[in-house]
Design a protein around this ligand. Structure first.
Ligand code: NA7
Length: 543
C-alpha cells in the first residue's frame, strides 16, 4: 500500500468564468473531489472584473451561454447582446441550477502553486494564507486576466482618479460632469466612450489605432421569442463546435474575388444589417488570408463608417483611406452609435500617432499638442493576453521551473493546455488554444469535456501522472505559428500577436480554428493521449 498522504482534492480549478464553472460541473458529475477558487467575490470571470459602464458581450444570444439543457431551458435574456450585470446574474443562475456553490471558494486568490515531486501533488498558497493540495491543477483564468497599464511618466502624481477597465470599482464610478480622459479604442474603449459621452462634461479619447468597429444591431428580447427560438438551441450548440470561430456559422466557401462586385457588396450589406461579428466570421472564405479580398471588406467598412462621421477633420482619423491593418486581424468590436458621439461638443479625439502622450500631470494629460485637463483617466489599454494571468499565479513545476522561466523565450504549450515540466496541470482557455479567436463558451465546453475525459481515462487506467512531452509541445507551438503564417494576422500589431505588450515576443497566441482544434484533440485522445508522457504506477503502488 502506498504511504503517500492523499491530497485534499483530486482537482483544484482556478477561475470562476465559463471555463472554470464548466470544468467544475463536469468533474463533480464524474465523481471527482474538486474545489474551485477565485479571487473575485462572485462568479463570472471577465464579467466580474470588467464592470465598467457599457461593458457587454459581443456574441449574440444564444451563442454566449452553456449548452447544458437544465441551464438554458430555465433562463431568458433581456437583450440580444447582454450587459455585464445580466451576465453575472446568469452565472449565479448556473451555480444555483447545477448546485455548484458548495465546491466554490470565492474571494480566494492564488498566490502561488508548486509541484511536489515526492508526493506527486500540487500545493497552492491562497491569499488567505491557507494551503491546499491537489493531484490536478486546472487554471481556467481566461485569456484576458492580466490588465495592461502603460507606464506613462507622472501617473503616480495624478490627483484625479484612474482605473483600468478590467479593474473597475465594483461600486461603480459616476461619470456625470467628469472630465474623462479615455486611453485606448479597442472593444472596451468603444463601450466606455459610448457611455461616457452621455454624461461626462468632457470626454477626450486618446487613439493610437482606429478600431474597425461593426454595428451591434442590439435589440430587446422577449421571453416568448426566446421560448420559440429554444427549439433550435440544441442544434446551434452542436454547430458551434463545428465552426472555425465557435459561432453558429462560419465563413462562406466562396472567395471574395470569385464573385462580381454587385454580389460581393450585397453580401457585405447583408452581414452589416445582421449586425454583430458576422461581418467578421461569416464573410468570404479568403477574408483573413488574401490581401485583395480583405481590402474589399475594408473599403466597404470604411465607406459605411465615413457616411456617419459629421466632422470632416475626423474622417481620416476614424476611417482612414488606407487600412491601418487588414480588416479583422485585430479583434473588431461592436458599436452602438460610436461614430455619432464625435459630433457632440463634449467629445474630442486625440491622435496619438501624431501627438503621443508625453506625461500625465496632476490634472491633465500632456501631449505634443499641449495639455488636456482631466479628473478621471480610464485605461482601456488591454491585456497581457494568454500568458499574463498564468505567469502571475507563480506556478512552479518540477526542478523548481517557473512558468515565467519556461516561457521566457516564447509561450509554449501542448494542445494549448499542457506545459512540459508541469505535470498534472492543464489550463483551460489558455494560450495556443483557440481561446481568443473563439466564442468563449464554445471553447470552454470543448476543453472542459476533453479535460474531464482525460482525467476519467487516467482514473480508469490507474494512471496518476501525465506531463507534456517536450517534443510534442514544440511541435504544437510551431504548428500554431505555421497556421498563423498562412493568414494575415501577423500583419497587425495586435494582442493576438503579443504585439501590444512591450518586450513580449511576437507570436500568434491562439490556434486559429475551433473545429480544427476539436479534430486534433480528439486524435490525441483516440491515440491514448499521444504527446503526453504517461506514468502508469505498478499495480502494487496503485493499491
Ligand atoms: P485591446 O483590444 O487590446 O485594446 C487596447 C487599446 O488600447 C487599443 O486601442 C490600443 O491601441 C490601446 N493602447 C494600448 N497601449 C497603449 C498605449 N501605450 N498608448 C495608447 N494606447 C494604447 O483591449 P480591449 O480591452 O479593448 O479588448 C480586449 C478584448 O476583450 C477584445 O479584443 C475582445 O475580445 C474582448 P493599439 O491598437 O495597440 O494601437
Amino acid at each position: 500500500m502506498s504511504n503517500r498522504v492523499s491530497p485534499d482534492y483530486d482537482a483544484v480549478i482556478v477561475g470562476a468564468g465559463f471555463s472554470g464553472i464548466y470544468l467544475l460541473h463536469k468533474l463533480r458529475d464524474a465523481g471527482f473531489n474538486v474545489l474551485l477558487v477565485d479571487a473575485a467575490a462572485q462568479p463570472g470571470g471577465i464579467w466580474y472584473w470588467n464592470c465598467y459602464p457599457g461593458a457587454r458581450v459581443d456574441s449574440q444570444v444564444p451563442l454566449y451561454e452553456f449548452s447544458i439543457p437544465e441551464v438554458w431551458k430555465s433562463w431568458a435574456w433581456s437583450e440580444r447582446f447582454p450587459g455585464w450585470e445580466e451576465l453575472r446574474a446568469y452565472f449565479r443562475h448556473v451555480c444555483d441550477t447545477l448546485d455548484l456553490w458548495p465546491m466554490m471558494r470565492m474571494g480566494s486568490g492564488v498566490r502561488g502553486a508548486h509541484y511536489e515531486k515526492e508526493t506527486k501533488q500540487w500545493r497552492l498558497q491562497l491569499d488567505s494564507d491557507k494551503t491546499v493540495s491537489t493531484r490536478f491543477l486546472l487554471p481556467a483564468l481566461g485569456f484576458a486576466s492580466k490588465p495592461y497599464v502603460p507606464n506613462f511618466p507622472g501617473l503616480e502624481d495624478f490627483e484625479g482618479q484612474w482605473f483600468h477597465t478590467a479593474r473597475w470599482p465594483q461600486q461603480g464610478v459616476d461619470l456625470s460632469g467628469r472630465k474623462v480622459a479615455l486611453i485606448g479604442t479597442g472593444a472596451s474603449g468603444v463601450q466606455v466612450a459610448q457611455e461616457a459621452a452621455k454624461s461626462a462634461s468632457k470626454l477626450t479619447l486618446y487613439q493610437r489605432t482606429p478600431i474597425l468597429a461593426l454595428p451591434m444591431q442590439q435589440k430587446k428580447l422577449s421571453e416568448e421569442d426566446q421560448e420559440r427560438d429554444k427549439k433550435g438551441y440544441a442544434a446551434i450548440f452542436e454547430t458551434r463546435k463545428q465552426t472555425s470561430g465557435g459561432f453558429e456559422c462560419q465563413s462562406l466557401d466562396v472567395s471574395a474575388l470569385e464573385v462580381d462586385e454587385k454580389a460581393r457588396t450585397a453580401h457585405f450589406e447583408d452581414l452589416w444589417q445582421q449586425g454583430g461579428l458576422r461581418f467578421w466570421y461569416h464573410n468570404f472564405a479568403d477574408l483573413l488570408i488574401n490581401r485583395e479580398a480583405n481590402r474589399h471588406a475594408y473599403d466597404f467598412w470604411r465607406d459605411k463608417v465615413r457616411a456617419r462621421i459629421v466632422n470632416p477633420n475626423l474622417v481620416e482619423l476614424l476611417a482612414p483611406s488606407e487600412p491601418p491593418h487588414p480588416f479583422g486581424t485585430k479583434r473588431p468590436s461592436l458599436e452602438q452609435g460610436y461614430y455619432e458621439i464625435f459630433a457632440q461638443e463634449n467629445v474630442a479625439l486625440v491622435d496619438l500617432k501624431a501627438t503621443p502622450i508625453i506625461r500625465v500631470k496632476p490634472h491633465a494629460i500632456e501631449t505634443d499638442d499641449g495639455e488636456m485637463e482631466c479628473d478621471l483617466i480610464v485605461f482601456a489599454t488591454g491585456f497581457d493576453a494568454g500568458r499574463g494571468g498564468l505567469i502571475d499565479m507563480n506556478i512552479t513545476g518540477t526542478n523548481s521551473l517557473s512558468l515565467s522561466h519556461a516561457w521566457e523565450d516564447r509561450v509554449r504549450a501542448y494542445l494549448g493546455m499542457a506545459v512540459a515540466g508541469f505535470p498534472n496541470m492543464l489550463f483551460a482557455y489558455g494560450p495556443l488554444s483557440p481561446s481568443g479567436f473563439s466564442n468563449g463558451p464554445t471553447s470552454a465546453e470543448i476543453q472542459g469535456d476533453w479535460i474531464c475525459d482525460f482525467l476519467v481515462w487516467m482514473r480508469e487506467n490507474g494512471v496518476d501522472l501525465f506531463e507534456a512531452d517536450p517534443a510534442a509541445e514544440t511541435g504544437w507551438t510551431e504548428m500554431v505559428a505555421q497556421a498563423g503564417a498562412m493568414t494575415l494576422f501577423p500583419e497587425a500589431d495586435s494582442w493576438y500577436m503579443g504585439a501590444n505588450i512591450p518586450g513580449k515576443k511576437r507570436q500568434l497566441i491562439n490556434f486559429p480554428s475551433v473545429s480544427g482544434y476539436v479534430a486534433l484533440c480528439e486524435d490525441v485522445a483516440n491515440e491514448e493521449y499521444r504527446g503526453f508522457v504517461i506514468d502508469k504506477p505498478t499495480s502494487k503502488e496503485h493499491l
